[in-house]
Design a protein. Structure first.
Ligand code: URA
Length: 197
């Protein structure tokens, strides 16, 4: 059994939060164990809860298109969320839920060891770019401990606000060149206090 499959078994048994009782399926994440890029969203929605897979609703279809625009399929990257169960009624995750769930994301990152982490959405941003505003830092990268952290608007944002589509698509197109020159990107001088690690 692969390290990720073992982790999925553990995640499926997790009952730390009240929302675990109401979930239809847990949504641990999916993709390649040796992926270079990890996309980290917020939380499963209705479609994800039905299928047990991340980003399979309308925002997910758009994510697939964005991936195709840089010649990738979802099986070649890794896609996960900050929390693994759907908050009822699509409410925002509670701080306690984020706190309880963070061990799983930390272990996913440890197993996959991605070259690049793409934060998508408010909670993912808070974790990897604390105190920063997406409108200011989208499309920019920071390298810390040999990992490139990259901030993008959540794909759902483009579904609500058409004007963001172009920005999101342009930010996506920057990913291949960032990865290609990963070795040459300067590490951040000021070590940043991450919320998560
Ligand atoms: N939005 C997210 O942040 N994650 C999903 O899996 C689906 C929609």
């Amino acid at each position: 059994m692969s390290a990720l499959s073992e982790l999925y078994t553990e995640i499926a048994l997790c009952q730390q939060c009240e929302i675990a009782k109401y979930r239809n399926k847990v949504v641990p994440g999916e993709g390649a164990e040796d992926a270079d890029i990890m996309f980290i969203g917020e939380a499963p929605g209705w479609h994800e809860d039905q299928q047990g897979r991340p980003f399979v609703g309308p925002a997910g279809k758009y994510l697939d298109e964005l991936l195709a625009s840089i010649g990738l399929r979802r099986e070649q990257v890794y896609i996960a969320n900050v929390i693994k169960c759907r908050p009822h009624g699509n409410r925002d995750p509670l701080p306690m839920e984020i706190q309880n769930c963070r061990q799983w994301l930390e272990r996913q990152i440890e197993i996959i060891r991605p070259k690049m982490i793409v934060a998508r959405g408010r909670y993912s941003m808070t974790m990897f770019f604390p105190g920063k505003s997406i409108s200011k830092i989208h499309g920019t990268a920071q390298k810390r401990d040999n990992v490139i952290y990259y901030a993008m608007y959540h794909p759902a944002a483009a579904l609500h606000q058409q004007s963001l589509r172009r920005t999101i698509e342009e930010d996506m197109l920057k990913i291949p060149s960032l990865l290609a020159r990963a070795e040459t990107i300067q590490e951040e001088q000021q070590p940043q206090q991450l919320t998560m690690f």
